[in-house]
Write a protein of this length. Sequence first.
Length: 301
Amino acid sequence: MYAGLLLVLLPLALGYCVPCRSQSILKLLNVVVARMIYLILFLMGISLAFVDNLVSHLTTIFTVSLVFLVCIAIANLAGLWLIDIRRGRLNPHPGAQAISKWALLLDSVWLCLVILAGVALGHLLDPEWFDVDALSEWALMLLLLLIGIQLRNSGMGLRQILLNPWGLIIALVVLVSSWVGGVAGALILNMPLSQGLALSSGYGWYSLSGILISDQLGPVLGSAAFINDLARELVAIILIPTLMRRHPSCAVGYGAATAMDFTLPVLQRSGGVAIVPVAIVSGFVLSLAAPIFMLFFLSLG
């Protein structure tokens, strides 16, 4: 029952054990990880094409993703708002500047186009000889190995994490409130609670949630998980500049796992250098938690 959990956590743990001091190698690693994400999403698109009567499932995909997006957003922002009541506003800083969101949104559009390209190719392939599930699993394990190396060499040690209580509290609130939203979404859609909890444990890590959910629950729910987490990232990009001054915890926390990578530039430009350690700690903790809790809840089904 826990074989899937082991297959995901083992490469992540092995990668975390690999120290790397070469900046050139780390830069190359970042490029490879970015390309691997496109490969995994492309394979997910092929897997989706192999679903019988795909068009009839599109309503299910978008309904599930929309319900979970709304439920999780409400739960997250409500919990994070309580943190901001205690902490108050973020002081304005001279370095704050507007950031164009169009380039970041365009990156997300490319991700969707990659999946559509996979769907188009999948219609030309024979599922009997093209084992997309096996390829996806190997690609995911390689990606997690590389991400483990990235996390180990991100400059965030255990001492730094434990000494940043704000980031840890944000991560904990996002963790628990996401499950509340997942349970609400499962009840609305009449789904098993374990599936709702698994879908809510991606924390914006769309490439991971999409492929893990696809592997365990099928490409229809896997696509819904991908759209849910990708949409979360898009909404975060839009909300961060608006929320940062009065509700900094909401700005950092809603980005979830992406706060340490994709949405970090938006957070830094909106909140200044002081917000960066908070965002990295929060994103780091949620990145480690995502595969553990997703596979744990999937194993309960």
